[in-house]
Ligand binder design. Structure first.
Ligand code: KIV
Length: 306
């Protein structure tokens, strides 16, 4: 089937047809190449990179410059997926002008197709201002990691009747403000499904249950790359951390044993050139025997990666 660049109308059409939407995070060029080839609808350059790539305890320290640099790398590896740039903490909350400028940087410098920001009804005026400036916005409610301190931890949101009502109001306010989709993070499955049915825009769940219009997972969680913990909402489809550790151990062992590199991984010089070189240097610098390496000498110009 011919693949096309994923557009917002195509995402809305999926919701109308009841076809699940797929989103995954990616943070760099090879990651983007892989997830785009796998056929996801959306790639989120999430501020979760603060935790899974940069090793911070939360997403709060992530800056605009870091997000733009990673977004641009993802853009270079993406042909078809819609790229969402995640606005980091304090890049949009203070005022609408700053929010518009920072959202614009994701498009102009990062090559994103839209931006995502956290918060419900309180953020609706900011969402509206960004949308009015011509930039598509994805909302994010429920567990909003940038407010983890205020929320008192990574807890399920919308568990009481009142909290579920507030979640619905937040989702409707974001839709009204012009958001084209909304992430529901760590919300009870029946509440997520109810909210999804009230909205004309798609909901994308992460720990939101099967009733959301789409799903998102964090690249490192799905692959078992970041193995310090696996959140309950996650499913590990691979376990690549031990594969990496084993491969690097083998490399270390082979270097110690002088089993790597071999002639296959090395580059030769013509015998006559090497002898001329050796004789051009002072006799005191000449090795007793000039070793001429045996072995495969094909691909002498293969030092480059292509
Ligand atoms: O930053 C991120 O990865 C996210 C997802 C959890 C939705 O915001």
């Amino acid at each position: 089937m011919d693949r096309k660049k994923v557009s917002i109308p195509a995402l809305h059409a999926k919701k109308q047809r009841g076809e699940p939407i797929t989103m995954i995070t990616a943070y760099d060029y090879p990651g983007a190449l892989a997830v785009d080839e796998a056929g996801v609808d959306l790639i989120l350059v999430g501020d979760s990179l603060g935790m899974v790539v940069l090793g911070y305890d939360s997403t709060v320290p992530v800056t605009m410059d870091v997000m733009i640099s990673h977004t641009a790398a993802v853009k270079r590896g993406t042909k078809f997926a819609h790229i969402v740039g995640d606005m980091p903490f304090l890049s949009y909350q203070a005022d609408a002008h700053e929010a518009i400028r920072n959202a614009g940087r994701f498009l102009k410098e990062g090559g994103a197709d839209s931006v995502k920001l956290e918060g419900g009804a309180a953020m609706a005026p900011i969402v509206k201002a960004i949308v009015d400036a011509g930039i598509a916005v994805m909302g994010h409610i429920g567990l909003t990691p940038q407010s983890v301190s205020k929320l008192g931890g990574y807890r399920v949101q919308g568990k009481t009747a009142g909290a579920a009502q507030k979640l619905l109001e937040d989702a409707l306010a974001l839709q009204e403000a012009g958001a084209y989709a909304v992430v529901l993070e760590t919300t009870p499955d029946r509440v997520s499904e109810f909210v999804s049915k009230q909205l004309s825009i798609p909901t994308i769940g992460i720990g939101g249950g099967a009733g959301c219009d789409g799903q998102v997972l964090v690249f490192h969680d799905l692959l078992g790359y970041f193995d310090r913990f696996s959140p309950k909402h996650n499913k590990r489809y691979a376990n690549i951390k031990p594969i990496i550790v084993e491969a690097v151990k083998q490399y270390v062992d082979e270097v110690h044993a002088r089993a790597f590199p071999t002639a296959d991984n090395s580059f030769a010089i013509d015998d006559a050139e090497f002898e001329a070189f050796v004789h051009s240097v002072s006799p005191s610098l000449r090795p007793a025997v000039v070793p001429v390496k045996e072995g495969k000498r094909d691909g002498e110009e293969e030092g480059r990666r292509e």
